[in-house]
Structures are given as structure tokens and as C-alpha cells.
Design a protein around this ligand. Structure first.
Ligand SMILES: NC(=O)c1ccc[n+]([C@@H]2O[C@H](COP(=O)([O-])OP(=O)(O)OC[C@H]3O[C@@H](n4cnc5c(N)ncnc54)[C@H](OP(=O)(O)O)[C@@H]3O)[C@@H](O)[C@H]2O)c1
Length: 375
């Protein structure tokens, strides 16, 4: 990260915003999401709104809207006016004091951000560029997308994928990107629709519902596991062939192997569901796992691996190269694009975040929550 002596740092903060606005009007549009002027952005005195989580005593944490100063942001090459963010399970952990995700508070969560560059010290980016920033330390160690401004290293920033708007890029967010990665890994391992059914767990969640929709679009026969009573209403239109209740799915608990059914698995919940999925995967099948919404534990014998040659592929999206990220996002914008993308989200404001965080922690959030930072 570099910063000291930079153009950004030399400018008084109240002027920085004004200079950025002038630059915005001068250059060529980066794409259709390019902002002309920045509505509701940094005020002339250099302040902006953010959802800030503070420790309030006895291990309790609370979030609220606060007015922050641009000088509160850490050093970085690029100042981005955030227009949209999205709520992920990891954000909810960060917002509720999970020290495995965020060590230091007060903190502004938000691992996803889409917006427009206001100032840049990096040659590859210019004011007015529409960009996304996802992952790395954004929203975990560094103030994230739940604030109207972020300042980050240039290496974290990607130009907005052609074919996606800023809002669409946040409907997808880390959840859509992770679903794309898991499907990419299944395909790389040679999984094909003809080989048999594909299982998706935590299917109404962010990662799960994108996985269901994309796999169905690729011609796969998708079986979805969900704990929600009304899951069919969301998952059947996305293309799920069958929706199985969470408890019914875990009925084989205690047995070392179950009837081999799945050619591939996208698991987002861990625990008993992941163990059951592995035990019921067909010979040579591939199980991808990314999450622990149910549990980080995994209780198994080695039999699925040594008798059926099942592969367990862990997904850690922060370890993928920029070129793989671009490839996945390009697919999500084109051949993997879901027709009903808009129906998968609801737009909320920073002020609505507290309620949405409670819902996602309780596994009751219906549809992706996309935060409009201008609302
Ligand atoms: N490794 C990575 O790179 C990576 C990237 C992104 C996300 N993740 C992780 O992947 C997981 C899913 O992320 P997300 O953003 O999709 O979260 P999400 O939107 O909260 O979805 C999780 C889903 O899991 C199910 N679920 C919740 N509590 C459960 C429980 N106690 N037992 C069984 N199922 C339960 C629910 O679906 P149903 O009601 O339909 O069952 C819920 O909607 C999280 O653990 C997240 O941290 C990891």
C-alpha cells in the first residue's frame, strides 16, 4: 500500500471531493454506470455516512449510522465513492463482533463495494472509472462497503465487468462470485450434466441460490437442500428439479456410506449436511465446500474417499488470481447470467442494515440484500 506524499494526501480533504467531481466531468465515460457528479457523497467538509460497529461492553457489539471524516480512512492508492454494497454472511459475523473475521473495533463492515473512483494515484485507474472491490481485507480489517467512501490499494480494485451495472455487480457480490468459482471447479474436475444430479445445500442463501440458478442454466439436474418452508417458491423458478428439507436430508446420520447419488456437490453450510453429501456422492464425484453456516465440524470416515474416490475441494475465494476472478465475473455477466437476476435481491439503505444482519445470522434472510448507499 502506498500513500505518503500522494496527490490525495496533499489535498485538503474538502477540496479532494471537489477536484474529483471536476475530473468526473472531464474524462470519457468508463461505461454506462459512470457517475456524473456524486449524489449524496462526501460533503464539502469531507464527511460521509457509514454503518459503524462498536463494542458496547460485555462482549456486546452494536452498529449504527455515523458521520465519518474522509481522513479517518486508511492510506491507499484509490478513493472510491461507494454506490452499492451487499450483505454477506461474513459481513454479519464482522458486524456482530466475530474476532475471527474482524479483530479491531470500531469498524465499518462490507466485503463488497461497487462505485466510482474519485481519486487515484494508480496509473491504471482514473477518476470516473466504475469499479468493484471485493474480498482481500475490505470490510474485515479495512473499512468496507457499508460506508459511502473506501480507500484501498490499487491491487484490490477491478474495473466493472462489461455487461454488468454497479447494482447488478452487487446483487452477485461475493456470493455470486463464490458460486461461480465452485461451478468452475466442478467443471475443471470434469463434472458434466450427463453424469448425474448435482446437490446444492443452503440453497436459498446467497451462494446457494446462484449455484442453483447457474447449474440449472448449464443443463444440470439440481437437487436443492433448504431449511426454509417456502424454499420451493424461490428455488423451482431458478431451475431446481427437487427441493429437499434440511432434516429429511440428514436422515442418514450415523452411517458411513449412503446410496451414491450426486455427481457433484456445492456445499455452503458444512457440518452434518456436508458429511451426508460426501457419503452420498457417486464414485468419482466432486464435492466443493465453501462455508460453515451450519457448523465448521465435519464428522466422517475415510470410506467415501478410499472406496468411491470422492474428491473434496475446498473453496477460499481470496486465493484466486485476478485473471480467474475476471474470467468468473465475465461468465456471470454473459453465459452464466441469470434471467431473473433482479428478482434475487431487495434494495435496502444503510439504516436498514441492522435488521438485515439479524435476519442473515438467523438464516431467515429472503433474497440478497443490496445496500444502496445513496438512499
Ligand atoms: N470460502 C469462501 O471463499 C466463501 C465465500 C463466500 C461465502 N462463504 C461462506 O459460505 C457460507 C454461505 O454464504 P452466503 O453468503 O450464501 O450466506 P447466507 O446467504 O447466509 O446463506 C447461508 C444459507 O445456509 C443455510 N443455513 C443457515 N443456517 C443454517 C444451519 N444452522 N444449518 C443448515 N443450514 C443453514 C440457509 O439456507 P436454507 O435456509 O436454504 O437452508 C442460509 O440461507 C457462509 O458460511 C459464508 O461465510 C465462504
Amino acid at each position: 500500500m502506498r500513500n505518503n506524499g500522494s496527490k490525495m494526501q496533499q489535498l485538503p480533504t474538502h477540496l479532494a471531493g471537489l477536484v474529483a467531481r471536476c475530473d468526473l466531468r472531464r474524462g470519457e465515460p468508463a461505461n454506462r454506470d459512470r457517475a456524473v457528479g456524486v449524489p449524496g457523497g462526501m460533503t464539502t467538509n469531507g464527511t460521509y455516512e457509514a454503518y459503524v460497529v462498536r463494542e458496547v461492553g460485555d462482549g456486546q457489539f452494536a452498529g449504527r449510522l455515523e458521520t465519518k471524516d474522509i481522513t479517518d480512512l486508511p492510506a491507499g492508492d484509490v478513493l472510491v465513492r461507494v454506490r452499492y454494497s451487499s450483505l454477506n454472511y461474513k459481513d454479519a459475523l464482522s458486524a456482530s463482533g466475530n474476532r475471527g473475521v474482524t479483530r479491531r473495533y470500531p469498524h465499518t463492515p462490507g466485503i463488497d463495494a461497487a462505485g466510482v473512483i474519485e481519486m487515484s494515484d494508480a496509473e491504471e485507474f482514473a477518476p470516473g472509472d466504475a469499479v468493484i472491490v471485493s474480498g482481500y481485507d475490505l470490510g474485515t480489517k479495512v473499512p468496507g462497503g457499508f460506508g459511502q467512501y473506501i480507500r484501498v490499494p490499487a491491487g484490490w480494485v477491478m474495473k466493472l465487468t462489461p455487461g454488468l451495472t454497479l447494482r447488478e455487480s452487487m446483487i452477485l457480490g461475493t456470493a455470486g462470485f463464490t458460486a461461480g468459482l465452485m461451478i468452475h471447479e466442478l467443471l475443471e474436475a470434469g463434472t458434466e450434466p450427463e453424469q448425474g444430479e448435482i446437490l446444492v445445500t443452503g440453497a436459498t442463501g446467497g451462494v446457494g441460490c446462484f449455484a442453483v440458478g447457474i447449474l440449472a442454466k448449464l443443463g444440470c439436474s439440481v437437487v436443492a437442500v433448504s431449511g426454509k418452508d417456502d424454499a420451493e417458491a424461490l428455488l423451482k423458478p431458478l431451475g431446481a428439479k427437487e427441493v429437499v428439507g434440511r432434516e429429511a436430508f440428514a436422515a442418514g446420520k450415523g452411517r458411513a456410506l449412503l446410496e451414491g447419488r450426486w455427481a457433484g456437490v456445492v456445499d455452503t453450510v458444512g457440518g452434518e449436511a456436508l458429511a451426508t453429501a460426501i457419503k452420498s456422492t457417486r464414485p468419482g464425484g466432486v464435492v466443493t465446500c465453501c462455508g460453515n453456516a451450519a457448523s465448521p465440524e465435519l464428522s466422517l470416515t475415510v470410506y467415501p474417499f478410499i472406496l468411491r474416490g470422492v474428491t473434496l475441494k475446498g473453496i477460499a475465494c481470496q486465493h484466486y488470481s485476478l485473471s480467474t476472478r475476471r474470467l468468473i465475473l465475465k461468465r456471470l455477466a454473459n453465459e452464466w447470467r441469470l434471467d431473473g437476476l433482479d428478482d434475487l435481491h431487495k434494495e435496502i439503505s444503510l439504516a436498514d442494515l441492522g435488521g438485515a444482519i439479524d435476519q442473515i445470522l438467523a438464516g431467515r434472510l429472503h433474497r440478497r440484500a443490496v445496500i444502496n448507499l445513496d438512499r
